[in-house]
Design a protein around this ligand. Sequence first.
Ligand SMILES: [Ca+2]
Ligand SMILES: [Ca+2]
Ligand SMILES: [Ca+2]
Length: 235
Amino acid sequence: MCYTNIDFFQQHRFIYLQQNPIKSLQVIKNNFVVYRRLLQRRICCDIKSSYKAAFGFGLFTAIVKIVVVVAVDPTMLKTNKRCQLGFKTLIDDAVFQHNSRPCSLADGDFNHDNLLDIVVINFDTNTIGIFLNNGNELFAPQITNTTGDQSSSMSVVVGDFNNDGYLDISVTNYDLHNIDIFLGYGNGNFTKQSSYSTGLHSNPYAIALNDFNKDVYLDIGVANSGTNTIDIFLD
Ligand SMILES: [Ca+2]
Ligand SMILES: [Ca+2]
Ligand SMILES: [Ca+2]
């Protein structure tokens, strides 16, 4: 608008001077004063326009930064969702075998359906129980594998010991002084166990997994409560 006003003013003054040459000097003087005022207004408008442009550029830059940050880290938009501690039982008591005295458990997707399943040690029945996840907050009745008579299994871990892509299971057998390894078929079933001695009167209790010698195969660490020792089984 400022530029339009000045252009209009200049055109008007040019016509006026052509029609009144005698008053040209006075007109030029008045013209100068008016033009200076208009020029001041123009400068003022330019400053306001600059502020608007700066504000617009700043707003645009801020929006771009937010978009970039969210694209790089979408968690920025996530709310601090907290667990409401509304836990409930998923495994039906009717499904679980009674009097089995479960004492330890671990999880893993044993049948490759992207649903976490559970393996439980049944102390009194000398078995491990595999509970496959049905995906509807319920688990199928357990599939059991024996750990041996009077094995008194204590602890269980899950890992792919032979690197075939199927999860395997290992347990400590307290009264048999050994550990068992069950290799997985990838469908929820497991081979008969292979046993490895932990020594006379060792009473193996706790068990852990890691690649202790960095050969990409999982190794097994066992705490022997009877002999106050630790065994490392390297694959
Ligand atoms: Ca599963
Ligand atoms: Ca395996
Ligand atoms: Ca290893």
